[in-house]
Design a protein around this ligand. Structure first.
Ligand code: ADP
Length: 403
């Protein structure tokens, strides 16, 4: 009996041991499976994260604003450029209308969303654009849209908003230039042909005094035409990508200024203008291309005169040689001045404060200051302007004495 009890105990101990081993093995297996699953899951997560980061990088690499909407116009995907365009407002999950508050833009985006074909459209916004606080005026945009192939029932649309304001402004300036240049060419040509007709038809050739008067007028107007053509050629040379060919030599700044005021003497006298000149030291010698220096300074002084014909003005021309081997030239007039909104643009070629010929009695093409800026910069210098309309306008040049 006692032996039987011992046997039963031993057997139950062996059974418990086997069971325990079995359970441990099972548990180990389950743990191994769990940790391999976790590893796998972690791997997938890391991969997804990396892919998302890559996608974000890719989207943000575009300068253009990109949005993807569903067919109801709810924004699904955006890039950094579109966030910046909308002043950082939350875009994802919102409607196009709440993101792009401009009515025109919304209308075009909604048209694009309703369209089944890709489309590109240029729009020009005259005032406020995308952001609540944006103050962009006259900006131009290309809205490039297309439905995206999708496995879902809902069609997605990608919309790219490209800022083409610079190109738009350049086109506008070119169009204005062609209008200005043809007007400026046509006016003297009409005068020339009128006087020629008179010369031929009215037998004025028999009256030498009248003929001379007519011929003098013809010469004046043909001079205007050649000035315009010269300016166009100069600007195209200065703007050519090969760099300006300067013919360097030493020259006296005072001599150039005296020559300019002599050439402008008829205008100075006719307008009863006063010219004050000062130079420190009295003789400043520059090394540069006297042709371009002459053109630059002539344009500045002539501008002061021709923009202010109504009242006699005073023009102060000062030149100072600085200790660091540079020259500072200031040309100041006390005429009508340049309104501050135009100041940033007046060195742009073809830019004129009075744009329309009908309003503009002052002759010009808008090339003068652009020539000045290019000429000074070609000598390593720079030019700036400050103006208080009705009080003063100062053009300030700083340039090395020897370029
Ligand atoms: P243009 O004289 O051929 O019109 P510019 O490039 O020389 O062209 O000048 C550009 C514009 O800048 C002028 O149309 C004029 O409105 C303005 N401007 C230049 N100089 C002066 C000045 N001294 N006073 C007032 N306005 C000026």
């Amino acid at each position: 009996m006692h032996e039987a009890l011992i046997l039963i105990t031993v057997i139950s101990l062996i059974c418990s041991l086997i069971l325990w081993r079995l359970l441990t093995a099972q548990n180990n297996k389950a743990q191994a499976a769990y940790s391999s699953h976790r590893k796998e899951h972690k791997g997938v997560l890391t991969k997804t994260k990396a892919e998302r980061r890559e996608l974000r990088l890719l989207l943000n690499a575009f300068d253009d604003a990109l949005i993807i909407t569903n067919s109801k116009g709810v924004i699904q995907v955006v890039n950094e450029a579109s966030r910046a365009l909308c002043d950082g407002r939350a875009l994802r999950g919102n409607s196009v209308e709440s993101a792009f508050i401009d009515k025109d833009i919304c209308e075009h985006i909604n048209n694009a969303i309703n369209s089944t074909t890709p489309a590109k459209k240029k729009i020009v916004l005259t005032e406020s654009s995308f952001g609540y606080s944006s103050t962009v005026t006259n900006s131009a945009w290309i809205i490039d849209s297309a439905p995206l192939p999708s496995q879902d029932e809902d069609t997605l649309h990608r919309i790219i908003l490209r800022d083409v304001t610079t190109e738009h402004q350049t086109d506008q300036i070119k169009r204005e230039f062609v209008a200005n240049a043809s007007h400026e060419l046509r006016t003297p040509l009409a005068v020339i042909s009128g006087y020629l007709e008179n010369l031929i038809d009215d037998d004025v050739v028999d009256s030498p005094a009248t003929a001379r008067r007519f011929l003098t007028t013809i010469r004046k107007h043909s001079d205007r035409i050649s000035k315009l053509i010269d300016e166009m050629l100069t600007i195209s040379k200065l703007e050519s990508g090969d760099g300006v060919q300067l013919s360097m030599q030493e020259f006296s700044l005072n001599d150039i200024l005296s020559d300019i005021t002599d050439r402008l003497a008829p205008m100075i006298t006719a307008q009863n203008a006063t010219i004050n000149r000062s130079s420190r030291p009295p003789e400043i010698i520059l090394t540069g291309d006297p042709f371009y220096w002459d053109q630059a300074l002539f344009n500045l002084i002539e501008n002061a005169l021709k923009q202010n014909t109504e009242n006699p003005i005073t023009i102060d021309i000062s030149a100072v040689q600085t200790d660091d081997a540079r020259v500072e030239i200031q040309i100041t007039d006390d005429g009508k001045g340049i309104p501050s909104m135009h100041v940033p643009y007046i060195f742009n070629r073809f830019y004129r404060v009075q744009k329309h010929h009908s309003q503009n009695k002052v002759k010009g093409t808008g090339l003068g200051l652009s020539i000045v800026k290019h000429a000074i910069e070609a000598h390593g210098g720079n030019i700036s302007v400050t103006s208080e309309p009705g009080v003063f306008t100062t053009f300030r040049i700083i340039s090395p004495l020897n370029h």
